[in-house]
Write a protein that binds this ligand. Structure first.
Ligand code: PXL
Length: 284
């Protein structure tokens, strides 16, 4: 069975981070090994939360897992609570990234043009360094702009057609890709289809032609959707899925979860009702 070290926080409320990763990886037939970066009562967009920082524990996990001679098919990183956690991740990568181990970095820093509470310019600089080590990254549009020093508001108000917009993202992505042989999936790109129906899609930039796949945009802005998406990609890579198929599967899974959440009027901070759709991800 394929095995992935998942470096992410555990949030009691909000259906994100490790909660999302463990359930998605397990459903996809991949063994998750959680390394918590922090334990929170709730994800940080709730009006109140308590965060128990796990930075000091990260080295203990690394050395204990090394003692137990652990090997991973993948390393998948998500939310980090501070810059020093990124330093710990480098140390973890130096120890456990072998020739056959992929590194997926979900550079969690913000969404919808806003940065999360833990964001600082120093964290961005370190995140850029981490991204350089990755084989694949899954930024949302806000995070992609941060990584490429692009003004989010400016690009959103640029008046570009969908086609021009995607071309622009491709150009920006090319610079990032040049630094290392990596694949980028940019999530949460708003477009409209031929009938003028709003869509939301994911853009895959790799060695081949860009691949953009969109689904009807049902509205809403829920916690944890990026984490669910990145988890699908991590598990899919481990089990050998083809990336375009995998991006479709992940988007389709989220579309069902979002539809159900809108229907049930789930508060955005609570995350989406994905649990009953996990069967869509199971190995056939
Ligand atoms: O879903 C991203 C995420 C993960 N972990 C924590 C967060 C957030 C987004 O706000 O607060 C703790």
């Amino acid at each position: 069975m394929k095995k992935i070290a998942v470096i992410n926080d555990l949030s009691g409320l909000g259906r994100c981070s490790l909660t999302a990763a463990i359930s998605v990886l397990s459903s996809m037939g991949v063994h998750p090994c959680p390394l918590p970066t922090a334990i929170l009562t709730a994800q940080t967009e709730y009006p109140s939360y308590y965060c128990d920082d796990y930075t000091d524990k990260m080295e203990i996990y690394r050395s204990e897992w090394l003692k137990l001679d652990q090997h991973f098919d993948g390393i998948y990183t998500g939310y980090v609570a501070s810059v020093s956690q990124i330093q710990q991740i480098f140390h973890f990568i130096d120890t456990f990234k072998e020739p056959g181990t992929f590194l997926l970095v979900d550079p969690v820093m913000g969404d919808d043009g806003q940065t999360y509470d833990m964001y600082t310019s120093e964290l961005l600089e370190q995140m850029k360094q981490l991204v350089l080590r990755a084989d694949i990254i899954t930024p949302n549009l806000t995070e992609f702009c941060l990584l490429t020093d692009t003004d989010y508001a400016e690009i959103m108000q640029s008046g570009l057609s969908d086609k021009e917009f995607i071309k622009e993202l491709r150009n920006l992505g090319q610079n990032l890709c040049q630094s290392s042989p990596k694949k980028i999936i940019i999530t949460g790109i708003h477009t409209t289809d031929q009938d003028g129906t709003p869509q939301i899609g994911n853009l895959y930039l790799g060695n081949a032609e860009p691949y953009f796949i969109a689904f009807p945009y049902i509205g809403g802005h829920y916690s944890g959707t990026g984490d669910l998406f990145a988890s699908c990609i991590a598990a899919g890579i481990a089990r050998g899925d083809k990336l375009p198929d995998l991006i479709f599967t992940a988007g389709n899974f989220l579309e069902y979860a979002l539809k159900d959440s809108v229907k049930e009027q789930i508060p955005y901070n609570d995350g989406v009702n994905y649990e009953k759709f996990l069967s869509l991800l199971m190995p056939v």
